[in-house]
Write a protein that binds this ligand. Sequence first.
Ligand code: PLP
Length: 425
Amino acid sequence: MPGSYLIKPVLDGSYKEISHGNGIYLYDSEGKAYIDGSSGAVTCSIGHGCKEVIEAMNEQAGKISFVYRSQFTNQPAEELADKLAAMAPEDLNWSFFVNSGSEAVETAVKIALQYWQEKGQGRKTHIISRWMSYHGITIGALSLSGHTERRRRFFSHLESSPAVSPPYCYRCPYQLSHPSCGLKCAEELQTAVDRTGKEHVAAFIAEPVIGAAGGAISPPEGYYQRIKEICNENAILFIADEVMTGAGRTGKAFAMEHWQTVPDISILGKGLSAGYSPIASVIVSDDILCTIKKGSNLIMSGHTYSANPQSAAAALAVLKVIEKENLIQHAEKIGILLMKKLQNLKEEFSMIGDVRGKGLLLGIEFVANSEISAKPFPKDYNITSLITRLAQDLGLLLYPSSAGIDGREGDAVLLAPPLNITEVE
Ligand code: PLP
């Protein structure tokens, strides 16, 4: 029994220990090198051992590593908030810092509820989410997540269920195709609002590109524009969960920019500090901030480590590296190249059903034989774990994702290397 480290998902003691990393590579204690092809959990977006980030963290640790957010502010958190306001579109100008994507989703929901309370519309309490989604592991965030396998065990404690289908063209829930489908999957949001009554709906939450629960599903053109219209028409806030897609991952600073859609709340995590220290941000609009300021003037949320100076310094340094090295444009360019290579593989191998995604958030869905149908492999073949294990043996790390098929999880992996991967690498 190696040690007492109890957070391994598989308690079989088979995990190798990573001793160090450099750029896109991780090295285990036996000296084997791996390409970090999924940036861990789509997190280490500027690779490992970045000197600028290490120096910024060291410097901050020498000044102050912790202050409590309700007693003091701190310079790196202030500077990070300003930087995010400058990066974010239109009036998304105000950051609330937490430590993980799940906390950020919970905070966004609480801010949305509070916004309507401050406006005297406290009956607007319902949050609509989609199936085939992942918003986090805590009870609140999991309640919004449409991932049947992760929900199953905790069903009795979940507060709600998703109500809307994903924009999953490869397996359209209506067996239609775009554009003649009339974006029926987006229209489902209106149906869900009508069912609940718009006077009870506070917000709609969605991942711009569906990551962990879908294998990089990118919606058809016009989808988010229609979603935003429906939100506006029904006075519903739109929360973009950019925990996986934000900070340049898809070839834009915020993935919603691909569809010229500005949400009311945008959430960053993962790539914000690229794995160097835990931090996530809930970025809200001027309207939301002003409404709360004019009302109770207090955001009723926060964690002990919120706006931690050390994490803020790491995130700030990461964003500066992304900017200095033009990594967002680079991700777009390399993403196009990698997508072309995946499309070639798809032609060659009948077990690849679909390749998709945006920028450097790419997904591969596996099927039994794409020349015959899109039927998945039998569940007990465990194709996703087989492929990720084989790839790891060959020195390539992939993220095991899933793809929902008739209520069961299908097989998909995410390919999401650090944004600074080179063409040769
Ligand atoms: N939201 C999205 C879109 C995610 O992909 C994830 C994690 O994969 C989360 C939220 C939860 O983030 P965390 O694991 O940092 O709590």
